[in-house]
Ligand binder design. Structure first.
Ligand SMILES: Nc1ncnc2c1ncn2[C@@H]1O[C@H](COP(=O)(O)OP(=O)(O)OP(=O)(O)O)[C@@H](O)[C@H]1O
Length: 277
């Protein structure tokens, strides 16, 4: 199911100082998925997915275990194709270009689309080296520039103050919540447009979870965020739109407030009220 939202922007245009005109501005669609099907060999994991992801919004994907949430998010940066025997039909346009087309270079896509995983996965290196890893691969060598990227990225991930005096220490020495924010900083260091998050707080305690949630709300001012979560309260707290998936299908996709307060589909209602899943 796809929805199209229209943000109406009223622009006052002085016309002989007497009249007012209004103009409609379309929000920018970052990912436009059309009729996407995906198979892991015989398993039909995604079925006729149609979804639009809008710029500078948080889109949450919820649904019971095995419904295809992770598969979908991993299709958005083509990580899913690392699994042998994966086949797809349909299209996913990223800023107008079909990423499933062979002509799309995965490396190009991944410089624009960062990913944060369920378990914090810092490299066994210093905090500094973790954050500079991506920029160095992209050829940045100048120490002053790398220093600047480290500070900006760690600030962006709301962890600068906690780690600024131990940048050369191993990231493994940090708490789980701090490690996850370093991983978010590592993702910001490549200056992506989109951040994909696959259950980023499921391994964190409630306080760290809250910090990452606050961070996500802040990050959406600059980035487009797509987050898979098992936690419906989390989806309700932080997302603008929510996708409910079941058995590989999108059952409902709408504004988060609407989906949780007034679901259109009985299956969504059953899921969010805990009657199944
Ligand atoms: N690497 C794989 N090889 C074969 N089948 C897979 C693979 N990964 C996932 N699947 C299958 O695809 C379907 C969707 O799985 P997926 O991991 O996307 O679900 P999910 O909603 O993210 O589940 P969870 O909430 O438990 O993480 C399931 O039937 C699963 O068994």
């Amino acid at each position: 199911m796809s929805i199209t939202t229209q943000k109406k922007v009223q622009i006052d245009v002085k016309n002989n100082d007497t009249t007012t005109e209004s103009k409609t501005e379309q929000p920018r669609v970052v990912y436009d998925t059309k009729d996407l099907n995906l198979w892991y060999s015989e398993t039909h994991a995604l079925k006729d997915i149609n979804l639009e992801v809008t710029e500078n919004e948080v889109t949450a994907i919820i649904g019971p275990s095995g419904c295809g949430k992770s598969t979908y998010i991993k299709t958005l940066n083509r990580m899913v194709e690392l699994v042998p025997g994966v086949g797809t039909t349909g299209t996913i346009a990223y800023k107008g270009k079909n990423i499933l087309d062979n002509s799309m270079k995965v490396e190009d896509l991944r410089t624009q689309v960062g990913m944060v995983f369920q378990k914090p996965n810092p490299f066994p290196k210093s905090i500094y080296e973790n954050v500079t890893y991506g920029p160095k691969i992209h050829g940045i060598k100048k120490k002053s520039l790398l220093d600047e990227i480290v500070e900006n990225s760690l600030r962006g991930a709301a962890i600068w103050d906690e780690v600024k005096d131990r940048l050369n220490q191993n990231a493994y020495g940090l708490s789980g919540g701090q490690q996850q924010r370093v991983c978010i900083a590592r993702c910001l260091a490549i200056e992506p447009d989109v951040i994909l998050m696959d259950e980023p707080t499921s391994a964190l305690d409630p306080i760290s979870t809250l910090k990452v949630e606050e961070l996500i709300k802040e990050l959406k001012k600059k980035y487009t965020i797509i987050i898979v979560t098992h936690n419906m309260q989390q989806a309700a707290r932080i997302s603008d739109k929510t996708v409910f998936m079941l058995n590989g299908e999108v059952v409902e996709f709408s504004e988060t407030d609407q989906l949780f307060s007034n679901p259109k589909d009985k299956r969504t209602e059953d899921y969010i009220t805990g009657r199944f899943g």
